[in-house]
Design a protein around this ligand. Structure first.
Ligand code: SF4
Length: 205
């Protein structure tokens, strides 16, 4: 089976998630809750990294600490199963569910409102909050942070994200380039949060 379980998400988030999903994860842990669009964005991402439906339900159940089982089952469980395609009216999605969101989709969605945490931090955080969050996740190189500010100023959000990926995987990228095990295509610009995860996961094996 998949090595990815509810209990491994904390560690995976820290090591391999792009900032959009780190933001959702940190907010979930802080508030023991996420609003609808954040839950949807995060659930589909988790599905995309290979978390099974059962483990995903367990992940959210454990995450929503203040809720009773009844509340959880009646308010949240259905949407998770729906995202995975287990329930719902659309026969075409039966068994497949919804596709994890691309950067384009996340960047193009309407701005998160008060208390909402979905979206892309490169686009939807103030630049000072963005830099603060990057530093909190361990990105402290001044050149990198300066580059991020510049990218964001030019509205090149996913370029900023790729810059951070490259900086945080510098040694691993150097190695696979040198030993020829990865081609340039394997290192193309990342335009999907699930690609970010997968590439990070493979590089840091
Ligand atoms: Fe997530 Fe894409 Fe934004 Fe990176 S650019 S944080 S992967 S939405």
């Amino acid at each position: 089976g998949s090595p990815i379980t509810a209990s491994s998400i904390d560690q995976l988030a820290q090591q391999h998630f792009p900032l959009c999903m780190k933001s959702l994860h940190v907010n979930l842990r802080k508030n023991n809750h996420l609003k609808h669009f954040g839950r949807l964005q995060y659930t589909l991402f988790l599905k995309g990294i290979g978390l099974s439906l059962e483990e995903c339900i367990l992940f959210w159940r454990q995450g929503f600490k203040g809720k009773t089982d009844d509340e959880f089952n009646s308010q949240y469980k259905y949407n998770i199963r729906h995202a995975y395609g287990e329930v719902g009216g659309d026969v075409n999605r039966r068994g497949k569910g919804y596709t994890p969101y691309s950067c384009q989709k996340i960047l193009g969605d309407s701005n998160p409102g008060i208390g909402q945490t979905h979206g892309c931090p490169y686009r939807h955080y103030s630049v000072d909050n963005l830099v603060g969050f990057l530093q909190a996740t361990g990105v402290s190189d001044k050149e990198v942070l300066r580059g991020v500010r510049e990218d964001v100023g030019k509205m090149r959000y996913h370029i900023a994200c790729n810059r951070v990926f490259e900086a945080t995987h510098k040694n691993e990228i150097k190695k696979v380039k040198e030993d020829g095990s990865w081609s340039q295509t394997d290192l193309d610009t990342i335009v999907h949060p699930n690609t970010y995860f997968k590439r990070s996961f493979l590089l840091k094996q």
